[in-house]
Ligand binder design. Sequence first.
Ligand code: C2E
Ligand code: MG
Ligand code: MG
Ligand code: MG
Length: 271
Amino acid sequence: AAKAQGRGTFHFYTREQTDSAQQRVRIEAELRRALSGGELRLHYQPIVRLADGAVESYEALVRWQHPSRGLLLPAEFLAIAEESGLILELGHWVLDTACRQARAWLDAGTPRRVAVNITVPQVLRQDLPGLVSAALAHYQLPGHLLELELTESLLLQDPERGAQALKALKALGISLAVDDFGTGYSSLGYLKRLPIDRLKIDRLFVRDLPGDSDDCAIVCAIIDLAHHLHLGVLAEGVETAEQAQFLIEHGCELAQGWLYGRARSASAAGD
Ligand code: C2E
Ligand code: MG
Ligand code: MG
Ligand code: MG
């Protein structure tokens, strides 16, 4: 409804704007309830070695089991979580749940590293190394079983603090990956200065392999860059055998995508 209803007054908000503002407030309230009420889930997508298809690790991907709207993907609620500040609480829940799952896989005799997505505010607005250190201690989880995925935007916003945090995280023995590599704006200088272990080539560049010669050039360049810097390299969004073949031929070690498996619940992923 419009804010001012009287004759001769103008409407501050169009119906569309009001509806979307109201919708955001509603989703935010629901998300709060979801966090305290256990409606969030982690699904796990396998990361495989291209050479033999063996599972190397899993990426944890958050979902929201909404009581009436069903299973929601991050695209439907992450932006609201970030804008409302709930991302810190959500991120903490994800970290804790992923570490508990890594511990469970370890206890089951099938140790698996878990990769967790981290947002900029988690690094710049709280003590992430402290939280990670506490989670590792709580589950008595060796650091090498945890990987954090960061985006290039982190290093753009506050390179100094970002670098400090990454060094403190690295000191815990965990590994660090740059997610969606190639889509950010950062200079490549940070790859030299920061303790990064792995580059994840964004799905955007993988999608049209091997038909698109520009994408072929970009992917090959990223693979070579990673190798020269002694970093691991992983291709995201691999859906076809032709894409996999191209990546193998050009020396990419790891892949993730629907060709190998979608994200599923821990019990389903463990099969
Ligand atoms: P991302 O980290 O780049 O994760 C990969 C996304 O690609 C996932 O989408 C995954 O399901 C999807 N994907 C994997 N293989 C394929 C494929 O072969 N084809 C296609 N078309 N898609 C594929 P999802 O789960 O919807 O997550 C989207 C994004 O949301 C993630 O992108 C990540 O940036 C963010 N996200 C997910 N979980 C979390 C979380 O727990 N915390 C934070 N901060 N962000 C998260
Ligand atoms: Mg990721
Ligand atoms: Mg990614
Ligand atoms: Mg991506």
